[in-house]
Design a binder for this molecule. Structure first.
Ligand SMILES: Cc1ncc(COP(=O)(O)O)c(C=O)c1O
Length: 346
């Protein structure tokens, strides 16, 4: 019953199947193994830096947020290839902005990687977060995801979208990839899927999860307790229209944060979708030099005032309140954040 419902909610009007994992990393492992299994002779899988996909040896091979997650664990799964994520605010190719940054990354893949390093016919798939989570709340540019989809068709590899963090209404749609109009071959999920209980479904084109019996299994996946919770999540999301609510309140939150950005030289960027918002601290708006010290102080100062905000990426705040947050909570949070910025600046 859950498989029936979730396959209808994910983009793509084609037959799908579901593997029931117990966590985000397990959902990602399933996705990686499925594309490998169906791509004999194609060992490579492309990931984007700084992406986060989990901490087991397959997903960790594609996790590049912090060296501390990787140090002392090599060798990971072989075949991982790393490409910079086109962060158009702070382009990995220095000096470039906006569309030029996207072009530079696309050209890096097709003119450099695929011509000198990795034969594209040996690529099994790519994995990307539609919005970088741990990497700093950075939405992927729309054109970029469409180009990746085009490449996956042109060169014949699979596209995995990691919605472990962005899924289930967080970004104002049930799945963030719906903002882009791209239909991936696999979507990985977890976190909100069972509202905190351990659950990590991997939803894929049916052919991808048709493999030898015993090729991939687990013991506790699809246990009745978590699946009941996951079904209840879908009911509540629909009844209370939580994705629509996240879109509306996210817009309000973003507007309030943009007002702070106008006021403070140290807020370089406010970005995101729905209730997944990044606020980037810089030394000055002109240089965009990351201001990690101030960001960390702000985290301490908001905590002293009863508000928990985590950091993400080098110098961003990660704002991801519960989807049932109310406008007045947002007003209080913005007030506390402003006080904290003033206190942190000293
Ligand atoms: C995008 C993404 N993928 C995968 C994972 C791994 O999930 P888990 O911690 O449940 O293994 C996370 C966790 O933060 C994540 O944000």
């Amino acid at each position: 019953m859950y498989a029936e419902r979730i396959t209808k909610l994910t983009p793509g009007n084609f037959p799908k199947r579901v593997f029931f994992g117990n966590s985000g990393t397990e959902s990602v492992e399933c996705a990686l193994k499925a594309v490998r299994w169906h791509s004999p002779g194609k060992p490579y899988i492309i990931g984007f830096v700084p992406g986060f996909h989990g901490r087991t040896f397959g997903s960790l091979a594609l996790t590049t947020t912090k060296l501390t997650a990787r140090r002392r664990f090599f060798p990971f799964m072989g075949g991982a290839v790393h490409v910079p994520f086109p962060n158009t605010y702070r382009c990995p190719f220095k000096g470039l902005e906006g569309e030029e940054c996207i072009d530079a990354v696309l050209s890096y893949i097709e003119d450099f990687l695929f011509k000198h390093v990795v034969p594209p016919d040996e690529v099994a798939g790519l994995i990307i977060e539609p919005i970088l989570g741990a990497g700093g709340i950075v939405p992927a540019p729309e054109r970029f995801l469409h180009e990746l989809r085009r490449m996956s068709r042109d060169y014949g590899f699979y596209m995995i979208i990691d919605e472990v963090q962005t899924g289930f209404g967080r970004t104002g749609k049930m799945f963030a990839i719906e903002h882009y109009g791209v239909e991936p071959d696999v979507i990985t999920m977890s976190k909100a899927a069972a509202n905190g209980l351990p659950f990590g479904p991997c939803v894929a084109k049916a052919e991808l999860l048709e493999w030898d019996p015993d090729a991939h299994e687990n013991t506790l996946g699809a246990n009745p307790i978590v699946v009941s919770a996951a079904l209840a999540v879908l009911d509540v999301m629909e009844e209370e229209k939580l994705p629509e609510r996240a879109a509306k309140l996210g817009e309000y939150f973003m507007k309030r944060l943009s007002e702070l950005q106008q006021k403070y030289e140290e807020i370089g960027d406010v970005r995101g979708k729905g209730l997944m918002i990044g606020v980037e601290f810089v030394k000055s708006k002109d240089t965009k030099e990351p201001n990690k010290k101030l960001r960390n102080k702000v985290i301490d100062e908001v905590f002293k005032r009863g508000l928990i905000i985590l950091g993400a990426g080098t110098s961003a705040l990660r704002i991801q309140p519960p989807l049932v947050v109310k406008e007045e909570h947002i007003d209080t949070a913005v007030e506390i954040l402003e006080e904290a910025i003033r206190a942190a600046k000293g």
